[in-house]
Design a protein around this ligand. Structure first.
Ligand code: ADE
Length: 246
């Protein structure tokens, strides 16, 4: 997958992709990340990227021309036409695991990061094909949001994580949080690992993990349960235990 990011502070995007899993994916040639500075696509002496809002109001607004020109130049250079162009904005659809999976199916993505107060509406309307928010809060810019989206998407691309198996048990994959995990030592400060996990009974262990995932979700994120992928028996189990599960 190739990812082009258009932003004002490309240096912010260097370090996160030079470590760990994403770095290995880049080294293997599975993921290619390229950051472009919107300021390089200005034509005036001061390299102006923003201006006062029409109609008045606080702060500055990012001008449309450098953003359109940056995206169009890279599209032309790469000879591509139908790439999703995602604007990172607090007004976008709320990012989640399902959207990460959807984006991971593309071979190329373009991300536009706003900064300061806002971005000219014509970028929303006539350039972006999608708008994503990483949460109901306002960041100083879209760069951090782009890092979050890229990280969540890249790890879903086949070959990026060591074990594809670990993806299927991730939190949020089937709408549930992940079950509790344990490693050595078997007892730590008197806290023992649940004995079922040491039993070697794979069927029993799989059932335990599923119940624990449901339990964890009910306890921590009851809002997720409504939409989770549960069978009739599991729904009945939650209903019957609903008082104990609080
Ligand atoms: N830019 C500023 N805040 C943001 C958010 N919550 N999500 C995505 N981009 C943003």
């Amino acid at each position: 997958m190739r990812i082009d990011i258009f932003c004002l502070f490309p240096e912010m995007l260097v370090s996160p992709f030079e470590q760990s899993v994403i770095k290995r994916a880049k080294d293997k040639g599975i993921v290619e990340v390229s950051a472009h500075n919107i300021r390089d696509y200005t034509h005036d002496k001061h390299h102006t990227v923003d201006d006062y809002p029409y109609g008045g109001g606080a702060g500055m607004v990012l001008k449309p021309e450098p953003i359109f020109e940056a995206v169009e130049a890279v599209k032309q250079q790469l000879n591509v036409n139908n790439v999703p162009i995602i604007l990172l904005t607090p007004a976008g659809r709320l990012f989640n695991q399902q959207i990460a999976q959807e984006l991971a199916r593309h071979s190329h993505l373009m991300l536009i990061c706003g900064h300061y107060e806002g971005i000219d509406e014509r970028v929303h309307e006539h350039l972006a094909t999608d708008e994503i928010s990483i949460g109901d809060y306002v960041l100083t810019g879209g760069e951090l949001a782009a890092i979050v989206v890229i990280d969540a998407v890249a790890r879903l691309i086949p070959g990026v994580l060591g074990s594809e198996m670990s993806l299927t048990s991730d939190s949020h994959v089937d709408g549930l949080l992940e079950y509790p995990q344990y490693t050595k030592p078997q007892a730590y400060r008197g806290w023992a690992v649940p004995s079922i996990l040491l039993s070697g009974n794979h069927h029993e262990i799989a059932c335990w993990k599923r119940r624990q995932a449901i339990l964890s979700t009910v306890k921590r994120r009851r809002d997720l349960i409504e939409k989770a992928n549960l069978n009739q028996e599991e729904k009945k189990w939650i209903f019957e235990n609903s008082l104990n599960l609080k």
